[in-house]
Design a protein around this ligand. Structure first.
Ligand SMILES: C[S@@+](CC[C@H](N)C(=O)[O-])C[C@H]1O[C@@H](n2cnc3c(N)ncnc32)[C@H](O)[C@@H]1O
Length: 212
């Protein structure tokens, strides 16, 4: 089966469901921003939230807020809360505008700053952490702290975890391939996590922190 054909087929079936990525980008004034998740990942995030009803979600890497809005639509029915971290102030301000225009701002707290500085300071615990930070070197660096602030029974989700398969050239070795592979190995070998990687988007890790 050709994965590209499968993805097109699925996207056509679900064209009128969820948050339309093309319309979201078109309605956003800012045109230069970090890449955003695909619609299949948006639907998966919504589905996971509808299944698990997390009270408290942490997102690392907001960009213009497409994934945040996708999740906010799923949590607003039961008054859940999302905290999202973005280091680029211009992009973060655009995300906040997008949340306000969609009536979702009350469910979302935006922290503007470097996730590498912010996350070690966090004491609050989360039911879901969605790792999508642009600097992929931070994936393995922040992993222990993410697991520290993830509740037992919580889910760590991470986008772009198939980068080691997608990028083969030497120029991506240090920025993409090595750090994501290290992150993937650490997750796969952690006895306190049950996990897998779905081949949607650029690879979506789902890791469940066992209750003990
Ligand atoms: C892939 S984009 C996030 C996309 C977003 N989750 C979505 O799908 O709508 C990654 C974002 O991480 C931000 N970023 C990069 N390094 C960061 C850091 N050290 N701390 C916080 N944010 C960072 C980038 O500015 C970029 O907007």
């Amino acid at each position: 089966m050709n994965l590209e054909d499968a993805s097109q087929y699925i996207n056509a079936l679900y064209e009128n469901r969820g948050v339309n990525k093309k319309k979201y980008v078109e309605s956003t004034d800012l045109k230069k921003f970090g890449s955003i998740i695909d619609e299949d990942v948006s639907r998966m995030l919504q589905l996971i939230i509808q299944l698990t009803h997390p009270e408290n979600i942490l997102e690392i890497g907001t960009s213009i807020g497409y994934s945040t809005v996708s999740m906010a639509h799923a949590i607003k029915d039961y008054n859940g809360k999302i905290t999202t971290i973005e280091s680029d102030e211009v992009v973060a301000r655009q995300a906040i505008k997008n949340f306000q225009e969609r009536g979702l701002a009350e469910f979302i707290q935006v922290k503007i700053g470097d996730a590498e500085e912010i996350i070690p300071q966090i004491q609050e615990k989360f039911d879901i952490i969605f790792q999508d930070v642009g600097d992929k070197k931070l994936y393995p660096i922040l992993l222990d702290d993410c697991l520290r602030i993830l509740k037992p029974g919580g889910l760590l989700l991470a986008e772009d975890t198939l980068f080691p398969v997608m990028f083969k050239s030497k120029e991506h070795e240090e920025d993409f391939i090595k750090p994501i592979h290290k992150f993937n190995e650490n997750i796969a070998n952690n006895p306190n996590l049950e996990s897998t990687i779905l081949s949607i988007g650029d690879g979506l890790t789902i890791a469940y922190k066992k209750e003990r």
